[in-house]
Design a binder for this molecule. Sequence first.
Ligand code: DOR
Ligand code: ZN
Length: 370
Amino acid sequence: MEPSTPHAAGGMERAGAKGPVVDRLVLRRPDDWHVHLRDGRMLEMVAPATARLFARAIVMPNLTPPITTVAAARAYRERILAAVAGAAFTPLMTAYLTDASEPEELERGYREGVFSACKLYPAHATTNSAAGVSDLAKLAGVFATLERIGMPLLIHGEVTDPEVDVFDREAVFIERHLQPLLQSHPGLKVVLEHITTSEAADFVRQGGPNLAATITPHHLHINRNAMFRGGLRPDFYCLPVAKREQHRLALRAAATSGNPSFFLGTDSAPHPRSAKETACGCAGIYNAPYALESYAAVFEEEGALERLEAFASEYGPRFYGLPLNDSTITLERRDQLVPQRLHGSAAGSGEGAQALVPFHAGELLGWRVV
Ligand code: DOR
Ligand code: ZN
């Protein structure tokens, strides 16, 4: 079968729907260009969900301690492969940048096929980012090397300045740091990760072919109200935090526009319930198990189902210079109820304390991966 366009079966028109109604989608198998697979017991719990849907995934390096060396990335890759037990899945490893990162180590890892990219966390911007970069100026040598060898730089684009409102941190990062960085390194390949604002979408749209962005399912579904609906809801807290409705709509427009600068990256970031439902809860939304259904709902609502395949399976590999996947995945129009908890019986202190709450918990999704 030639999987270059989504194969739609069905085809009757439904009043009120934005496009033709289909009940089966066969897509080229997608990749996840941003995921947190964690380590140890959590890795064993979550990696199979990602490997079930995605052929490849860009794996975030924010473990404790972070993945900063080629040796650590090789070992972590082995643990991931063990956790997915024979699935046809390729983890693409990333190097965590610190103030002390050495260009030679990054270049060696890239040339040896261990590192696919570098990840830049501004220090203290998010989970396990304490060892991140305190001042971009310290990495001038690293950026020059990445630019020379064509190794992508993946950026968590938020300033950490406590004076800046948490909802403005992405837009301010673009102005203060990203724009100058791209000006001084025009050949640098940059992915602005998990964008959340219209400012980011506009900036990426106006950038050249070396600039792209990933967009998560949750930022396409929720705005900041979700965190406060009827009470404080930690399951909708992530970083960058969800913004106003106008931004969600701008992200939907970008993701479904058919612009190859925007592609799929779930930012699936599991934390056990005990770490979410507490006085100082962790940022992160666990969306891996239903990620494709979640994106499909958005593309359908926007009347753009025919653009889902390119967003999920083509633009990412093109940006990274990797081949498209040959295999396919099938989505069927069938309601499925997302459970309130996953892995509830996992070992933990209190009952279900180690369980994970999936994104869309308790909701009906209209598509199902078969
Ligand atoms: O919500 C988030 N969770 N954002 C990040 O940047 C990190 C991630 C995590 O590792 O938990
Ligand atoms: Zn992330």
